[in-house]
Design a binder for this molecule. Structure first.
Ligand code: IPD
Length: 280
């Protein structure tokens, strides 16, 4: 039990159930040619009809299973509840991959608790339970606070990671605005000669879970939104990793760095020196 008097294992079960349902909708219902339904912050920031349909399914099922809880979703915003638990959902994380038929995308569902009366914020929330379900990759990550993290039911335990950054395979992602991308390109250019290699796989939730599973050594990204981060952050921390911001701050849209503690301790000073948390 937690301060909000919930069973985190039960919440994890709800997260997995609805994430699998939404994942089936999204993958089974993918048309041969996916089209852009709308754009958001820039022409690169796209939404498909399936993002909307998946979020509607998640909201409907969560209302049936957990009627007193709030929901914050990428496409339809924040709907407060009365229970102290809010579901933070990304109906398709990796929408551009989904648009192009690239397999790295996921439905992310997380139960969080935090200060009353304000939308869930990674700086202040406690993630209670989550599921990141990547239907085309065939990977399902689950986590419950204080209980552990799992990939397809197998307990995840993060290794210590490489001894130096030169041996690290890093994941990262890019924002949708040109100025931010220009700075992100400069940071990547400075990091690339100092690490094993860098991957931009296209779904922050999958990337962060890959760190938990050891298929990336660390992931850093500026601009992650609550729905990109919530589910996967618990998978990382419950597998033994850390998820932080720069300059002693918690992870947020300013910067998120995730990985084994020793790797993150080596990577964060370098990102600070490179001004990776700035758009200028
Ligand atoms: C995006 C993906 C991408 C990351 C972007 C996110 P969306 O989420 O996670 O990998 O680099 O920052 O916005 O828009 O596909 O849900």
């Amino acid at each position: 039990m937690t301060a909000v008097d919930v069973d985190v294992t039960e919440l994890m079960g709800v997260a997995e159930r609805v994430a699998r349902e939404a994942g089936a909708l999204v993958s089974d219902g993918r048309p041969d040619r996916v089209t852009v339904a709308a754009t958001k912050s820039s022409p690169q920031d796209v939404v498909t009809a399936m993002d909307y349909a998946s979020e509607e399914l998640l909201r409907r099922r969560l209302a049936e299973l957990r009627p007193d809880d709030g929901v914050l979703g990428e496409e339809r915003g924040w709907q407060p509840g009365g229970s102290g638990v809010t579901w933070v959902v990304d109906p398709i994380d990796g929408t551009v991959n989904y648009l192009y038929g690239q397999p790295s995308y996921a439905v992310s569902v997380a139960a969080v608790t935090g200060p009353a009366g304000v939308a869930p914020d990674p700086r202040t929330w406690t993630v209670l339970a989550s599921c990141v379900h990547a239907p085309t990759l065939g990977l399902t990550y689950t986590a419950a606070r204080g209980a552990g993290a799992w990939l397809d039911g197998v307990r995840l335990t993060m290794g210590a990671g490489p001894d130096d950054l030169a041996g690290c395979l890093l994941g990262t992602g890019f924002g949708y605005l040109a100025q931010r991308r220009a700075v992100q390109g400069r940071v990547v250019a400075a990091l690339l000669p100092r690490v094993r290699d860098i991957r931009r796989l296209g779904s922050a939730a999958v990337d962060l879970c890959s760190v938990a599973a050891g298929s990336l050594d660390a992931h850093y990204e500026r601009g992650l939104q609550p729905w990109d981060l919530a589910g996967a952050s618990l998978v990382v921390t419950e597998s033994g990793g850390v998820v932080v911001g720069l300059r002693g701050e918690p992870a947020s849209d300013e910067m998120t760095v995730a990985g084994p503690p020793a790797v993150v301790a080596r990577l964060t000073p370098l990102l600070e020196e490179l001004g990776a948390d700035s758009d200028a």
